[in-house]
Design a protein around this ligand. Structure first.
Ligand code: NAD
Length: 298
């Protein structure tokens, strides 16, 4: 049994922290949002008021935060993780951040005598609840082995991807493929409907043919075709347009730095930016189907 600090008890962090409690650990959690704290407390997380209180004497510190700037602040702030945690604590960031932030966390952790593992996840809120996430780990092999033991109760798959930032590299490349595929699913679903196909019949064909993909299977963007589709619930977010924009922008930053053209990613990014500009940033990423329809309706 370990004493674990969990910083950020949102859609992903709350269930993951709860699943560590279920695995027998003491978990001390912190989040500025009262509803997140209440939900985590119901999962057995011991709520504390500050990062400093959460990380004191912890064996491991997890972060699950919205954006890179939150991660930099929570680690580097005056009473942040590096200032307040014991140097023996293993530090794991499960947030999706840009490569530069992940590198900063690795380098500063080493400078300050800590061990850091970039630990982004795939599998969404459902995967966090069901403890079936995919963890992509990057860091020193000994630290990654320790991280693997800790995240096992949260995961269906845990990958050691090599050195620092390799976890976030895998996460960004994976999500780039997801969102570019989603654009194809949106356009294909609209073309099928315009040509007179019944959506469920077309889905049946595509899901056993070469058009098959995760967004097709999970987010088919027409109501009543697949039970997990946000289209069945007015495009309430399972993965918001804001998060999709963030992940694709990070992937493009990394691609630009590597000199890659990535034209399809740029077009997909524009679709998510348009959703955000038009006030749909909190809606599901699959709402980009509206820009693939003949009259903008869904
Ligand atoms: P979320 O906004 O639901 O949760 C983040 C939580 O962090 C919020 O409750 C917020 O109040 C809290 N927070 C912000 N600043 C804080 C601080 N200084 N100290 C403590 N807590 C603070 O977001 P989420 O959907 O849980 O995503 C978390 C991370 O996981 C993001 O980086 C996201 O990109 C990534 N991710 C999300 C999904 C998904 O499907 N939602 C899937 C994979 C990865």
């Amino acid at each position: 049994m370990a004493t674990i600090a969990w910083i950020g008890l949102g859609h992903m962090g709350g269930p993951m922290a709860g699943n560590l409690v279920a695995a027998g650990h003491i978990v001390r959690g912190v989040d500025p949002v009262p509803a997140a704290r209440t939900a985590a407390a119901e999962r057995g997380v011991r709520i504390v008021a500050t990062v400093e209180e959460a990380v004191r004497d912890a064996d491991a510190v997890f972060t699950s935060l919205p954006r890179s700037e939150h991660v930099r602040e929570v680690y580097g702030g005056e009473d942040g993780v590096w200032a307040a945690a014991p140097a023996s604590a293993l530090l794991l960031d499960t947030s999706t951040v840009d490569v530069a932030t992940s590198r900063f966390c690795h380098e500063t952790s080493v400078e300050r005598g800590f061990r850091f593992v970039d630990s982004p996840v795939s599998g969404g809120i459902a995967g966090a609840e069901a403890a079936t996430l995919t963890f992509m780990l990057g860091g020193d092999p000994v630290d990654v082995a320790e991280a693997t033991q800790l995240v096992r109760p949260l995961a269906a798959h845990v990958f050691d991807l090599g050195g620092p930032t390799m976890g976030i590299a895998a996460k960004l490349a994976n999500n780039l493929m997801l969102f570019v595929s989603l654009l194809g699913v949106a356009e294909g679903s609209q073309l099928a409907a315009e040509l007179g196909l019944d959506p469920s019949k077309f889905f049946e064909v595509a899901s056993v043919s070469s058009g098959e993909s995760w967004p097709l299977r999970t987010w088919y963007p027409a109501p009543g075709v697949v039970p997990t589709s946000p289209a069945n619930r007015g495009f309430d977010a399972t993965f918001s347009a804001v998060l999709a924009q963030k992940d694709l922008a990070f992937a493009l930053d990394a691609g630009d730095a590597a000199g890659l053209p990535m034209p399809a990613s740029r077009i997909a990014l524009e679709q998510f930016e348009r959703l955000i500009d038009e006030g749909f940033g909190g809606k599901d990423a699959s709402l980009i189907v509206k820009y693939a329809s003949a009259d903008g309706s869904v």
